[in-house]
Design a protein. Structure first.
Length: 274
C-alpha cells in the first residue's frame, strides 16, 4: 500500500510538470504553430461533424449498457472527426509522456490499441473545450454589443445583420448621417433573409477560426484550475482499467452540444415571440 502511495505521488508530480510544460502559455503557443494551415479547414468541418460524434458516443454508451460490448467497441473505433495538426501533436506528446512514465515504473499498463483510443478521446475532449471557449466568447460579444444572450452564431447573426443594415442605411440616407441616425432610430431598416443567412455563414467561419486557436486562451486557464491535470489522471485511471469502463463520452462533449441546442431553441422561442 505504501509503495502504491509513493508511486501515485510520483505520478501526480510528473503530471503537474508535464501539464505546465505542455499547456502553459509557452507550451500552448508552440502547439498552435501547427494550426496555421490545414487546421483552418479541418476545424469548421469538425464543428459540423461534432453532433454526429456525439450520437455515435451515445449509441456506444447504450450498447455497453445493454452489454453489447463488441458493438460498443466497434462504434468507438469509428473515426468521425478529422484529426487536426494540433490534436496530433497533443496525442504524440501524451503518448511520449506515458512512455516516460513506463520507463520510470509509474505508468499505467495497457495495450497499444487501448492507449491509442484513449489518447484520441483525450485530444477530442480538448477540442470540445475549445468549442465551449468559443461559445463563451460569442456570449460575451452578444452581451457587450446587444445586451442579449447569444449562445451561438445563430443567435448572433440576426442582430449583427440588423446592425450592418442600419449602418449602411444611415450612410446612404440622402439628408446626411445625422438625420439618417435619427430617422432609423425611429424606423427600422428592411432586412432580407439572405442578409441574415450570409451574416450567419461569415460568423460561422470566424467562429471556426476562433475555435482553432481557442486553446491559446483555454489551455493556460485549465492549467491554473487543475482541469488538465485531473483529465490526464482520469486518462491513466482508464488505462489501468484496460479502457473497458469508458465510452469516450465526456461531459465536455455534452456541454459543447448543449450550447448548440440552447442556441436553436432560443431562436425558436424568439421567433414565436416575434
Amino acid at each position: 500500500m505504501a509503495d502504491r502511495d509513493i508511486m501515485m505521488q510520483r505520478r501526480q508530480s510528473a503530471v503537474r510538470t508535464f501539464v505546465r510544460a505542455t499547456f502553459g502559455v509557452r507550451g500552448t503557443l508552440r502547439l498552435h504553430r501547427s494550426a496555421l494551415g490545414a487546421d483552418l479547414l479541418r476545424a469548421p468541418v469538425n464543428v459540423m461533424l461534432a453532433p454526429v460524434f456525439l450520437v455515435t458516443r451515445l449509441v456506444a454508451l447504450l450498447a455497453r449498457f445493454l452489454r453489447f460490448n463488441r458493438v460498443a467497441n466497434t462504434i468507438l473505433r469509428w473515426k468521425v472527426l478529422f484529426r487536426t495538426n494540433v490534436a496530433y501533436r497533443v496525442s504524440e506528446r501524451v503518448k511520449a509522456f506515458l512512455s516516460e512514465l513506463d520507463e520510470m515504473g509509474i505508468g499505467p499498463e495497457a495495450s497499444t490499441d487501448i492507449t491509442d483510443r484513449a489518447v484520441e478521446d483525450y485530444a477530442a475532449i480538448r477540442n470540445a473545450v475549445a468549442e465551449i471557449t468559443t461559445t463563451l466568447i460569442v456570449l460575451l460579444i452578444g452581451y457587450l454589443l446587444f445586451r442579449s444572450a447569444t449562445p451561438g452564431v445563430i443567435s448572433l447573426a440576426t442582430p449583427v445583420a440588423e446592425m450592418r443594415a442600419r449602418s449602411l442605411a444611415i450612410e446612404q440616407f440622402p439628408l446626411g448621417d445625422g438625420l439618417g441616425s435619427l430617422y432609423y432610430g425611429v424606423f427600422s431598416t428592411n432586412l432580407a433573409l439572405w442578409q441574415v443567412i450570409l451574416t450567419g455563414v461569415i460568423l460561422a467561419m470566424l467562429a471556426s477560426v476562433i475555435t482553432t486557436f481557442a486553446g491559446i486562451l483555454a489551455d493556460p486557464l485549465q492549467v491554473l484550475s487543475g482541469m488538465h491535470r485531473r483529465r490526464l489522471l482520469r486518462l491513466m485511471d482508464r488505462l489501468e482499467k484496460d479502457g473497458q469502463s469508458d465510452s469516450g463520452l465526456a461531459g465536455e462533449h455534452l456541454a459543447a452540444r448543449l450550447a448548440d441546442i440552447t442556441d436553436i431553441f432560443l431562436n425558436i422561442w424568439r421567433s414565436f415571440r416575434g
